[in-house]
Design a protein. Sequence first.
Length: 152
Amino acid sequence: MKVISTNDIDKYIGVDIEPTDWFVVNQDQINQFADCTLDHQFIHTDPAKARATMFKSTIAHGLLSLSMLPYFAESFGYHLKGTRLGLNYGFDKVRFIHPVKVNSRIRAHAKLIAVDERKPGQYVFSTEVVVEIEGETKPALTAVWLAMQIVP
């Protein structure tokens, strides 16, 4: 994560950030996510049944791909100098475009599109994120992610 000052925020808006490293989504991770969310639909957890579908394999939950954003943000995120608390503030938009098949490699591309100081010292960062799947023309998902940072 890159540390920036409140005076320099405008310099980072609209700048394409270097893509993150690739991450392999494996069956064990998909199964653990299914256990946590109680979403054991066969397309995620039963390789034999999933082979008979149009995907020919299991696929990751869309929400699993979305939940990888905090991990990816360690590479693309901005952190205000002196931040005492950072919070996930939500999403303005999320679209699941293409399924992530088991053992696919994904990575994130991001661009800070806005920063709004809601109250003195409370900054909401809006970041456009695209999660790419290696070898696919369509991304796994697109999102506008909101994160609040509170500085003294």
